[in-house]
Design a protein around this ligand. Structure first.
Ligand SMILES: Cc1cc2nc3c(=O)[nH]c(=O)nc-3n(C[C@H](O)[C@H](O)[C@H](O)COP(=O)(O)OP(=O)(O)OC[C@H]3O[C@@H](n4cnc5c(N)ncnc54)[C@H](O)[C@@H]3O)c2cc1C
Ligand code: SF4
Length: 484
């Protein structure tokens, strides 16, 4: 145990400071300042090494949290790095962008602020890389069996790394020009700088994983051809079909899906030029009145991006009521509560409106959006509907639809889809075609990075068993497991 008195002597939660808002709005770099090692040690000391560590259960990866808290408290970085990587291939991604269900489940959270688990995690991996402790793990033997992974998001990368280390020859196929999935082109740099992805990819290449970019399976190469060239195929194509709104004015120019805004913006941040010959579809929010419909991660990423592009105003609309600041009785510990979330983007500006039902979009003669009609939401027979007489119009030159995603692009690969809209699969991650495994958002529906990595690890275990008859790879989650 880190320090038997730690949770008594340090009862406050401390995190590194975020850079001042006016400064960070001038660039796209990550928002946190460098951490203070003494502060981190104090925070690690708060861990009570619980007899039943609920944090460990709250994390889909089953991270060894009390153990790595103890290692960091004692200054044993090599042990902490080893413990962290025993359960998580990419703690630098979760340590930056995970909503930390482990912290919601932390026992200390019953009557004190939870241990800063995520901060300990990211500090271990950052310090581990800086100290040269995270090196390629080259397999001792090659099995001669081959695996094609489709999609290079966190699911595909985790599955590929596990199977490469188990000695299989793995080729990751990615339709984009760069690797990383939503980590690369969804999540902006201010949450996750892309050098972290590139550093991991270097490690994976050195271990023997091969990558093919700009190749779309189902169009450039058929799934059948891929199956005939590889012993197993894993589909990790994400859940990329956006939810739409079928209301008056939806066809107006300037009413865009969030990803049609974020992806080109991320490309420009990666150094590509906007305009002809470069990122043609780049949408610049500079000087515009931006309205974002949907209050989740995607909406927050649009907000931070629009503020950096110096939008005239940014308003986020959520159809439901504002969540409470603290846990309500409906969300008791250790469940993941629905509470009012303040991401870094929310600190930076913009207006958040709740109980806002969008009823239509108004346009000008050129077919461009100029306004959005909104009414107050009321609940009728369990349905959310606009309240008559409360309609009003907000100025809007750019409307971003961040309403979530309905599932994977099912027509491209021709695999069966379940009632949830995701690809159907059995308890061993096998989809409707034998030898084809389904993992991550493609099978679970839009989820989180931590679930993607957990599924990538688990599907790797199933594929290893399929290829060799047994496996020693860990399988932290089943395909139908859910959070607390
Ligand atoms: C804007 C945004 C912000 C988010 N922020 C967070 C966050 O802060 N924290 C968090 O935990 N989660 C966040 N998420 C969710 C998280 O990014 C996803 O749950 C996670 O990336 C899913 O991983 P995946 O590997 O299953 O799919 P993806 O990351 O979607 O990767 C799928 C990959 O497959 C490729 N592909 C698709 N079809 C084909 C094909 N036919 N052939 C070849 N390649 C193909 C795609 O190009 C893509 O690269 C966010 C999501 C979005 C959209
Ligand atoms: S639940 Fe909290 S206090 Fe208990 S072991 Fe986990 S991190 Fe430490």
């Amino acid at each position: 145990m880190a320090d038997p008195h730690g949770f008594l002597t340090t009862d406050q939660r401390e995190l590194p400071r975020r850079r001042p808002v006016p400064i960070r709005l001038m660039d796209y770099r990550e928002v946190y300042e460098a951490g203070d090692p003494e502060q981190l040690r104090r925070q690690a000391s708060r861990c009570m090494d619980c007899g039943v560590p609920f944090c460990h259960q709250g994390c889909p990866l089953g991270n060894l949290i009390p153990e790595f808290n103890d290692a960091m408290y004692r200054g044993e970085l090599p042990r902490a790095v080893e413990l962290l990587h025993a359960t998580n291939n990419f703690p630098e991604f979760t340590g930056r962008a995970c909503p930390a269900p482990c912290e919601n489940a932390c026992v200390l959270g019953i009557n004190q602020p939870a241990v800063t688990i995520k901060q300990v995690e990211v500090s271990i991996v950052d310090q581990g890389f800086a100290a040269g402790l995270i090196q390629p793990m080259i397999p001792e033997r090659i099995t001669g069996q081959t695996v094609a992974v489709i999609g290079s998001g966190p699911t595909g990368l985790a599955a590929a790394q596990q199977l490469t280390r188990a000695g299989h020859t793995v080729v990751v196929h990615e339709r984009d020009d760069r690797l990383g999935g939503l980590l690369r082109y969804g999540i902006p740099d201010f949450k996750l700088e892309k050098q972290h992805i590139d550093r991991r990819l270097d490690q994976m290449r050195a271990e023997g994983t091969r990558f093919k970019t700009s190749v779309e399976i189902g169009r450039d190469i058929s799934l059948e051809d891929l199956q005939s060239s590889f012993d197993a195929v894993i589909v990790c194509t994400g859940a990329t079909v956006p939810r739409d709104m079928t209301i008056a004015g939806r066809e107006l120019r300037g009413v865009e899906f969030a990803m049609d805004y974020l992806v080109p913006s991320n490309r420009v941040q990666a150094g590509e030029q906007p305009g002809p010959g470069g990122v043609e579809s780049h949408i610049d929010a500079q000087g515009k009145h931006v309205v974002i419909i949907g209050g989740g991660d995607t909406g927050a990423d649009c907000l931070g991006t629009a503020l950096r592009q110096t939008a005239a105003s940014v308003t986020t609309l959520a159809i439901g009521a504002q969540p409470p600041i603290d846990r309500s009785e409906a969300d008791p510990w250790p469940t993941v509560p629905r509470i009012f979330e303040v991401q870094s983007s929310h600190e930076e500006g913009g207006t958040r409106r709740y109980l806002a039902s969008t009823t239509g979009f108004a346009g000008d003669e050129q077919g461009r959006v100029v306004g959005i009609d909104v009414a107050e939401t009321q609940f009728l027979d369990g349905r959310r509907v606009p309240t008559p007489g409360t309609e009003h119009r907000l100025d809007a030159d750019l409307v971003l639809l961040a309403l979530g995603f309905s599932g994977p692009e099912s027509d491209v690969l021709g695999l069966d889809v379940s009632d949830s809209g995701a690809f159907a699969r059995d308890e061993s991650y096998v989809g409707s075609t034998p030898g084809v495994f389904i993992a991550g958002d493609a099978g679970r529906g839009q989820s989180l990075i931590v679930w993607a990595i957990a599924e990538g690890r688990s599907v790797a275990a199933e594929v290893d068993r399929f290829l060799t008859g047994s496996t020693r790879l860990p399988a932290p989650v089943g395909p139908h497991d859910r959070s607390f």
